[in-house]
Design a protein around this ligand. Structure first.
Ligand SMILES: [Zn+2]
Length: 233
């Protein structure tokens, strides 16, 4: 049975996440839905109100930074929030089968995956092992950033968040349909390790200026495409 207080629209879900982040930043978290009664209540089924595709970085734990608890967030985390078939399938499941009204791509500053990709492109050396996969996946975005004379890691990280959000829409017809119908939205955010604050930098499927968020800076509805990079020039 869905919780009566579960946010059921994209805008309400985003507002709930931003509220939780404000509590976390202020050092006054409420730790909702972490008690034994709620644990028992959610055992029969899950109705998460947001899907988080975040970096695996140990300092960017979704339930903590958004001050949420059991059953609230459907979380997928990979190094550098890399998007592959399994990840896309997980996101699609959360939207199509569980009815989650919001997907958040959560990047962060000082991301090791972004730093590794930039370093490999700077020195021209292709790393081996797991780093190779990360560098190869991020390669096109690093090149796109270089073409725009962007080499600041934070700005490249933001490009990567925006690009990941767009690739979710491109890669999943089911999610694209849910966004077009207004049942779901996709938001890109970056998280600041030191302050704990999230910042909304991209949005698909939300009305302009949702509560507490900065105005969306990318949209598939706009043509020609607006300039979306505000730093690193
Ligand atoms: Zn990272």
């Amino acid at each position: 049975m869905p919780d009566h207080d579960r946010p059921d629209t994209p805008a309400a879900a985003l507002a709930a996440l931003l509220d939780g982040n404000r509590r976390f930043v202020a050092g006054s978290p409420e730790h909702p839905h972490q008690d034994a009664a709620h644990r028992a209540h959610t055992a029969d089924g899950q109705h998460p109100f947001a899907v988080i595709l975040g970096c695996s970085d140990s300092r960017v734990a979704a339930e903590i930074v958004f001050d949420r608890g059991l059953g609230d967030l459907f979380v997928v985390r990979t190094a550098g929030h890399m998007l592959g078939a399994e990840v896309l399938a997980s996101l699609e499941f959360a939207v199509s089968a569980l009815g989650a009204p919001l997907i958040v791509v959560l990047g962060h500053d000082r991301c090791g995956a972004v730093t590794a990709a930039l370093g490999a492109h700077d020195d021209g050396a292709t790393p081996t092992g797991f780093l190779r996969t990360i560098v190869e996946r991020l390669g096109p975005e690093v090149l796109a950033a270089q073409a725009r004379r962007i080499d600041d890691p934070a700005a490249v990280g933001e490009l990567h968040v925006r690009s990941t959000a767009e690739r979710i829409l491109d890669g999943s017809p089911a999610i694209a349909e849910a966004v077009a119908a207004g049942r779901c939205a996709i938001v890109g955010m970056t998280y600041a390790l030191a302050s704990g604050q999230v910042r909304t930098i991209a949005s698909h499927g939300l009305p302009a200026g949702p509560a507490g968020a900065e105005p969306p800076v990318t949209s598939r509805d706009r043509r020609p495409r607006p300039r979306t990079v505000r730093r690193g020039r």
